[in-house]
Design a protein around this ligand. Structure first.
Ligand code: COA
Length: 345
């Protein structure tokens, strides 16, 4: 079977370049011990099977847009940008079905009437959004784009479901991309991406969409995420390894050239299996899942931000970001880490 995975090669004079990075986590920490008080689980099981010790959960008055605004503000400050030409927001947990969340975020950021739209590609959403934003820059449609990944996963996770509640957390991260040249620090390489809807029910919310509108069904459980963990795990390892390899090849890199592999934080064992399959040493694979859990579309920009702040991302390093999520979807892209980029969290 042939999949259309690669974007077309852009002009080397109109490449998307990273100039700003920010993130935001809601303050409330929920530990494994907190979960044990209401779920049949243990701290040891969650740590060893998933690699998570705590996650952040937003309060009832906070929506995804609130998290997105905080991350967007920080990314724009980091970029020293007062304006952008477009806002692309990746989320699986929009404030409402209608309207999109991005216009609201753009409005709250004071960006006037810029084009702003949502992208839904599950946990791959941020890399999809980055790829679309890079395409706008390549085409000359936009000069500078704010790309945000934001999720309030706690809004769609059943607190009584021990197969999902320990995994997911809330948060947001954002980057600012602008026009640059292919040889400049911060330049993004070509993306590799794909999807396979055959596995649409492996991670899904059965009710509440046009297939089964919430007013026609009575089972509240079906308005939460349902996940076939084993199936997701298997496909995630295979697809992330594959798309990572494709992205590296498209950039003209060998996998051994990757200085830092930024993997979607789904499960520490998934990241370890991918690194093992590709022969990438663990010290080149930063992680923050222990403290933030799986934040879906926010995961990659949060990890970029935390890794930059930890000093794990240094100017000139070859960085590859790679993701997998509901759909199934997968996506990866490369970049040369820029000098002087100050992440704000
Ligand atoms: N606490 C304690 N025990 C649990 C548990 C929990 N929260 N959840 C499941 N178990 C038990 C099961 O009942 C089972 O017990 P049994 O052997 O007595 O029947 C055992 O642990 C193994 O269950 P299994 O479902 O096979 O666990 P697993 O090792 O596959 O781990 C996941 C489950 C969900 C952690 C794992 O499949 C996973 O991470 N999948 C990918 C999920 C993901 O990344 N999703 C997002 C993608 S973007």
């Amino acid at each position: 079977m042939i999949f259309a995975r690669r974007t077309t090669a852009p002009s080397p004079e109109r490449i998307a370049r990273l100039i700003g990075l920010g993130s935001y986590l809601p303050p409330r920490k929920v530990s494994n011990a907190d979960l044990m008080s209401r779920l049949d689980t243990t701290d040891e099981w969650i740590r060893t099977r998933i690699g998570i010790a705590e996650r952040r959960i937003a309060g009832p008055a906070t929506a995804t847009s609130d998290l997105a605004v905080e991350a967007g503000l920080r990314a724009m400050k980091s970029a020293k940008a007062e304006h952008v030409d477009a806002v692309v927001l990746a989320t699986a947990t929009p404030d409402h079905h209608v309207p999109g969340t991005a216009p609201l975020v753009a409005h709250r950021l004071g960006l006037r009437q810029v084009p702003a739209f949502d992208i839904g590609a599950g946990c791959s959403g941020f890399v999809f959004a980055t790829t679309v934003a890079a395409g706008l820059i390549h085409a000359g449609t936009a000069g500078t784009v704010l790309v945000i990944g934001a999720e309030k996963m706690s809004a769609v996770i059943d607190p009584a479901d021990r197969s999902t509640a320990p995994i997911f957390g809330d948060g947001a991260g954002a980057v600012v991309l602008t026009t640059g040249r292919a040889d400049e620090p911060g330049a993004l390489g070509p993306a590799a991406w794909g999807s396979d809807g055959e596995h649409a029910d492996a991670i899904h919310i059965p009710d509440g969409g046009s297939r089964r509108p919430s007013h026609t069904t009575g089972d509240l459980k079906n308005q939460y995420v349902h996940m076939k963990g084993n199936e997701v795990f298997r496909h995630a390892v295979r697809r992330i390894a594959q798309v990572t390899q494709e992205s590296a090849t498209a950039a003209g890199w060998a996998v051994q050239d990757i200085d830092r592999l930024i993997v979607h934080q789904a499960n520490a064992r998934i990241s370890a299996a991918v690194a093992g399959k590709l022969g990438i040493p663990p010290e080149r694979v930063p992680s923050n899942i222990t403290h933030v859990g799986n934040t879906s579309a926010a995961s990659i920009p949060l990890l970029l931000s935390h890794s930059a702040l930890d000093g794990q991302l240094k100017a000139g390093q070859r960085v590859l970001v790679t993701s997998f999520g509901a759909g199934f979807t997968w996506a990866a892209t490369t970049l040369l880490w820029p000098a002087g980029l100050q992440a704000l969290a």
